[in-house]
Design a protein around this ligand. Structure first.
Ligand code: GLN
Length: 542
């Protein structure tokens, strides 16, 4: 029997609802329950795939090839449960489904309305694709009071009614701002936000109050009284020194205990949070520090590289060091000497990216890393730029480029028009829609005997997640290998280069996929562990 926990947000956005949901998922899991986490986004895009990373943050890709909200990354990192297409939906997708049904005549001539048609579709989504999960945590994006969230709130109100208290509950995340002149934490915004929820028929069961300092007992009582919740269900959600401390802190405040109490489940035994204590110990008491320079384009919003920066932290956890990140907008290397900025770093990372702007700067960063023997990790676009760099400066192909930047006589990186997924042939053309048409999701890759990546992974067949439209052109393989760049990972049919490496460099690896999406604090991705290890070695040499 699956129980549903709906998580809403009030007062302001960016309260860390995603993290709160992930942390609760982790502590329920630590109590031995099977959990699933979902995100319902009220915006009208069909998925975040076409949204700018500087607006919406990174696009998280699932094994089954869905482009989803970055909160699914938190869910996976905290619970290890691989998310699926059925774990994220937007108002846009809900409406699209409803309209498609309407066009097909599925509504048999009825008037199509928000209630019941849109809300039914939302409920169908929430209840779909579940088997033996004990808990399904559904986070509602946005802030209570937004016009767009109304159908979602109405849907969870109805579901709460239909499932009953023993199978559904609502957690509302709010903010208690501190007013320095009054020397007080203010509860009024929380009261208003709960009123807003009540106006759509939802009484929250638990309030998670975000604040930057402890909440006095008197304020807690006041919130309980005015918001009509049990005092024990007013949970202080304080800022934590590392996000991996959050499951420990929220448990200490009684969050998962109160959830279990609500559902009539045993709540006197404590969950086993041992692994979180180990992780926090390693993050807060590192034995050294390395600096990684990240050369990207979307550096104005660090959420654009959420999984990447977390995976680097995980690499640090594996090596017992703190990983300091230095962000560089790649365009500066087009105006100034890369050495000035990159000389002092212990490793250079060029992450995924799109479009020509800043590409030359990334190529220069790759060249600098190659020539100065600095560990280099290129992901997706970062691999493509490293290949172009090799072609231009080692393989005597000065015009080497990517067809992503316009027509070129040397398409080292070209548009993919067809590829195999398992045994199925997938086809695309340059006129396809932009949304959802890349090579997306998990694909297998075979690692070359005796290559560095094979020793890092410890086996020869791997599966990693993809999100790209262009591909390194396998026809240049011989020329590039003669120049020293080994093609050490290929798709099983041998047509799509997945990994390149320089055998004579301390650590220079480019991968076409996104390994950062699968890294977890308790199971760091081997490539990140190895890259940080190389950075540690480099830092000890100077
Ligand atoms: N723009 C490149 C492509 O579409 C790389 C994409 C990426 O880095 N995710 O192939």
């Amino acid at each position: 029997m699956t129980r549903f926990i709906f998580i809403t947000g009030g007062v302001v956005s960016s309260l860390g609802k995603g993290l709160a949901s992930a942390a609760l998922g982790a502590s329920l899991q630590a109590r031995g329950y099977k959990v699933r986490l979902r995100k319902l986004d009220p915006y009208l895009n069909v998925d975040p795939g076409t949204m700018s990373p500087t607006q919406h943050g990174e696009v998280y890709v699932t094994d089954d090839g869905a482009e989803t909200d970055l909160d699914l990354g938190h869910y996976e990192r905290f619970t290890g449960v691989a998310s699926r297409r059925s774990d994220n939906v937007t108002a846009g997708r809900i409406y699209r489904t409803v309209l498609e049904k309407e066009r097909r005549g599925d509504y048999l001539g009825g008037t199509v309305q928000v209630i019941p048609h849109v809300t039914d579709q939302i409920k169908t989504f929430i209840l779909s694709d579940l088997t033996d999960e004990d808990f399904c945590l559904c986070e509602i994006g946005g802030t209570v009071g937004d016009i767009e969230s109304l159908p979602f709130l109405e849907a969870i109100r109805q579901l709460g009614n239909e499932l009953g208290r023993e199978r559904a509950m609502v957690i509302h995340v709010t903010l208690l701002p501190y007013i320095p002149t009054a020397g007080e934490l203010k509860t009024k915004p929380t009261q208003h936000s709960v009123k807003e929820l009540l106006s759509v028929g939802i009484q929250p069961d638990i309030l998670m109050c975000r604040s930057d300092r402890p909440i006095p007992e008197s304020e807690r009582r006041k919130i309980a009284l005015f918001c009509n919740v049990n005092e024990k269900n007013v949970i202080a959600a304080l800022d934590a020194p590392t996000i991996y401390q959050v499951p420990i802190d929220y448990h200490a405040q009684g969050l998962d205990t109160q959830v279990c109490r609500h559902f009539g489940l045993p709540c006197d035994v404590s969950p086993d949070l041992g692994r979180w204590h180990t992780i926090v110990g390693r993050v807060t008491k590192p034995e050294g520090v390395v600096t990684i320079g990240i050369v990207g384009k979307y550096t104005s919003l660090l959420d654009s590289y959420k999984s990447l920066s977390e995976a680097l932290v995980h690499g640090g956890i594996a090596n017992n060091v703190k990983v300091q990140l230095e962000w560089f907008d790649s365009e500066i290397f087009e105006r100034e000497d890369a050495a000035r900025f990159l000389e002092s770093v212990d490793g250079i990372m060029v992450p995924g990216g799109f479009g020509e702007r800043g590409a030359e700067g990334k190529i220069r960063a790759a060249r600098f890393a190659r020539e100065h023997k600095i560990p280099y990790f290129g992901i997706c676009f970062g691999m493509q730029m490293a290949v172009i760099e090799c072609a231009r400066h080692l393989a005597n192909l000065p015009d080497a480029s990517s067809s992503e930047f316009g027509p070129t006589s040397e398409p080292l990186v070209g548009l993919m028009t067809e590829w195999l997924r398992g045994t199925e042939l997938v086809k695309r053309s340059s006129t396809n829609d932009m949304g959802g048409t890349m090579r997306l999701g998990s694909y297998e890759c075979l690692l070359a005997e005796g290559s560095k990546v094979q020793s890092i992974y410890g086996h020869e067949r791997i599966s990693e997640r993809h999100r790209h439209r262009y591909e390194v052109n396998v026809h240049y393989r011989e020329q590039l290998e003669a120049a020293g760049l080994r093609f050490s990972g290929l798709s099983p049919d041998g047509l799509l280069p997945e990994i390149v490496e320089y055998p004579d460099h301390p650590w220079f690896i480019g991968v076409q996929f996104h390994p950062e999406l699968k890294s977890k604090p308790f199971d760091p991705h081997p490539l990140f562990t190895s890259f940080i290890q190389a950075a540690v070695t480099k830092s000890r040499l100077v």
